[in-house]
Design a protein around this ligand. Structure first.
Ligand code: PMP
Length: 284
């Protein structure tokens, strides 16, 4: 596949980064993933606003405009078949000669991007949609989960926990027993027709799918939305549980720790929400 590295396009096999890169040594970087369906990007502007916020919050200075990012996205989509792609963008603090924890002076950030295949756009049909089973766990990650850091070990360990249990994701709860998010997704419950998800905080990533979904639901107005804490008891009594991410869009969870959610089937509120999301997602 064709990738982008520091201003140039090349085959993946020719892309080389020094082992002294701080992305490799420290996970010292920020990343994004933007879905691209037949060349159409979903949520481009909010994804790159978040990328810029992330770089600012860890002191990486990179002078790249939305237009430059868009050009990379378009070139990578074209060079890689323009089908169903996730475009991954990674900015590390750069390559230094020494391994010191402090930010080195005068080092240029390393910028890398590549495209990978993702599933076709989800269809809002509860009889055909992919459903998910999840594990649950105490959230053992760090206290700045709002930063989309490439240092994902905490998330990797929780994701693997789900896989080891035979599930596809792991939903996390903080020390007070409130839901934070999934290891690679935002999380929601539905109770009596109301969609409830935790408000943004340092305990979860401000997901772009979440941002778009909540905006779309509020503008439509037929499904009520609440951003507030979700206790473990409320989670266990939910009618529906959902995940959201750039590659899964809105995903219905039908099994938690081996027990069915509600009646164990994908719910009606999910079907309606995914339909609204499908109809509105290209407006961002
Ligand atoms: N939370 C975490 C921890 C994530 O890694 C992701 C992205 N995969 C999300 C939430 C969802 O974010 P987005 O909708 O922007 O993909």
């Amino acid at each position: 596949s064709t990738v982008y590295l520091n201003g140039e396009y090349m085959p993946m096999s020719e892309a080389k980064i020094s082992p002294m890169d701080r992305g490799f040594l420290f996970g010292d970087g920020i990343y994004e993933v933007v879905p691209s369906y037949n060349g159409r990007l979903v949520g481009f502007a909010p994804h790159f606003d978040r990328m810029n916020d992330g770089m600012k919050s860890i002191g990486i200075e990179l002078d790249m405009s939305h237009d430059e990012w868009r050009e990379i996205s378009e070139k990578l989509s074209e060079a890689n078949g323009a089908g169903n792609l996730g475009i991954y963008y990674h900015v590390s603090r750069g390559t230094d000669t020494k391994r010191t924890h402090n930010y080195p002076a005068g080092v240029k950030p390393t910028v890398f991007a590549f495209a990978f295949e993702i599933p076709a756009e989800p269809v809002a049909d509860k009889t055909k949609a992919k459903s998910y089973s999840v594990s649950t766990s105490d959230d053992l990650r760090w206290k700045r989960c709002n930063i989309k850091s490439t240092a994902l070990l905490g998330n990797v360990l929780h994701y693997q926990q789900g896989i080891d249990d035979g599930n596809q994701e792991c939903i996390l709860f903080n020390a007070e027993g409130f839901m934070t998010e999934g290891s690679s997704t935002n999380a929601y419950i539905v109770k009596d027709g109301v969609v409830i998800t935790p408000a943004l905080s340092t305990q979860l990533l401000p997901g772009i799918t979440r941002l778009m979904l909540l905006d779309i639901l509020r503008k439509d107005g037929s499904i009520q939305v609440e951003e507030r804490p979700v206790s473990r008891a409320e989670f266990d009594a939910a009618d529906e549980v959902w995940l959201s991410s750039s590659s899964k869009e809105v995903a219905a969870v039908v099994s938690v720790d081996g027990k069915p959610v509600g009646n164990g089937q994908i719910g009606d509120v999910w079907e309606k929400a995914q339909a609204l999301f499908s109809a509105g997602k290209y407006n961002y």
